[in-house]
Design a protein around this ligand. Structure first.
Ligand code: ZN
Length: 370
């Protein structure tokens, strides 16, 4: 399966570090702390999913065509663009005592703050390289994830707001004015929303399974003072048809109207059909299609500038194929790898847009555009 002949039409950066896989989510089982009713086990957010994605990128040969970037740890003055010093101190305290819950449902091990700094540093490295024109776009294969992290609170497996810090870095240090985030993780991007809610310089878009996590978050009425926050809550069971309709009816028109100078994708794969934490229906082909739309839009509006940051996605077997599809589209690879799971997922049925899904999308559209 090695792609000897892989040719890419774009220069894509991949931020990678073995240390990302060393972020320790302790002996939590699923997302529960061990107790007399929960046997210690493996946390859903563990290295395997992401390590297997990196392995697949190497095994297919795509790795050899990417520009591999090494991250440096982000210092306090980068992190404090979003988080108060007290948040960093709190994380240092938890990690210094050997680890524990750093906030809400967020296990952290002894080295987790150091590795979270490396995740932020990976995103800023990607932003620097894209904006310097060294590469066209980039994917940051980092852990821990970031889109649930609030300025003063670790949450939902996220310690620091990776994507939001990348946005602030691009504004503060590169002078960008308008940036859009497009978050297709199955959970609501509540952290990114909270950070930029009333900031008209950042359009934050989140497509997510309705009312999944955080509870009572991600509704269509949450627009922000300037109307630059767009939530698209989709009913459980949404698949190819719903996501494509949401893109065509809302996401793309909102981006076209906003005219961003760069697009940041908090890129989760837990809306895939094999995920243990969500019940959406996407296949790698859907992630490929969504990426293709954003690449085309970025070519029209912002010289192709896209930085994707890895968020959720908990199927160790399937995330690698979804992630590979995104990387293949970002880099414009001429010979994408056939997805061995695609036929199986296609046979699930239920991929077509339903009336309920269409109604939900129309409501979100009406709430945003009026
Ligand atoms: Zn998620």
């Amino acid at each position: 399966m090695h792609h000897e002949t892989t040719a890419c039409s774009r220069n894509t950066g991949l931020v990678s570090s073995e240390l990302y896989f060393w972020h320790d989510t302790l002996s939590w089982c699923g997302f529960f702390e061990p107790s007399l009713t929960v046997q210690p086990g493996e946390h859903f957010e563990n290295p395997e999913t992401k390590r297997r994605l990196q392995n697949l990128v190497q095994a297919t040969g795509l790795w050899d065509h990417l520009t591999i970037l090494k991250p440096a740890p982000a210092p306090d003055d980068v992190i404090t663009m979003v988080h108060p010093q007290t948040h960093i101190d709190h994380l240092a305290d938890i990690c210094g005592r050997g680890g524990g819950d750093a906030g809400i449902l967020t296990p952290a091990g002894r080295a987790s703050l150091d590795i979270a700094r490396l995740a932020v540093g990976g995103v800023t490295r990607a932003v620097d390289a894209v904006l310097a024109g060294e590469i066209d776009n980039a994917y940051v294969l980092c852990r821990p994830p970031g889109h649930h992290a609030l300025p003063e609170m670790a949450m939902g497996f996220c310690l620091l707001a990776n994507a939001a810090l990348g946005v602030r870095h691009a504004q503060k240090n590169h002078g960008l004015r308008k940036i859009a985030t497009v978050d297709w993780d199955v959970h609501h991007g509540n952290g990114t929303e909270a950070i930029f809610l009333d900031d008209s310089s950042v359009l934050t878009i989140s497509l997510h399974q309705d009312s999944l996590f955080p509870p009572e978050s991600g509704g269509i009425d949450m627009k922000g003072a300037e109307g630059t926050n767009l939530n698209v809550p989709l009913p459980p069971g949404s698949g190819s048809g719903a996501y494509r309709a949401a893109f065509e009816k809302i996401v793309m028109p909102a981006l076209e109207a906003f005219e961003p100078e760069m697009i940041v994708i908090p890129c989760g794969f837990d809306a895939c059909a094999l995920d243990p934490l969500g019940v959406q229906m996407l296949s790698s082909e859907d992630f490929r299609w969504m990426t293709r739309q954003l690449v085309a839009l970025a070519d029209r509006h912002c010289r192709g500038r896209i930085v994707a940051t890895h968020e959720g996605g908990y199927s160790a077997t399937y995330v690698p194929y979804c992630g590979l599809a995104v990387l293949e589209e970002l880099s414009g690879v001429s010979d994408p790898l056939p997805d061995p799971f695609h036929e199986h997922i296609k046979n699930y049925g239920g991929h077509d847009l339903t009336g309920d899904q269409n109604t939900a999308i129309d409501h979100a559209r009406k709430a945003y555009f009026g």
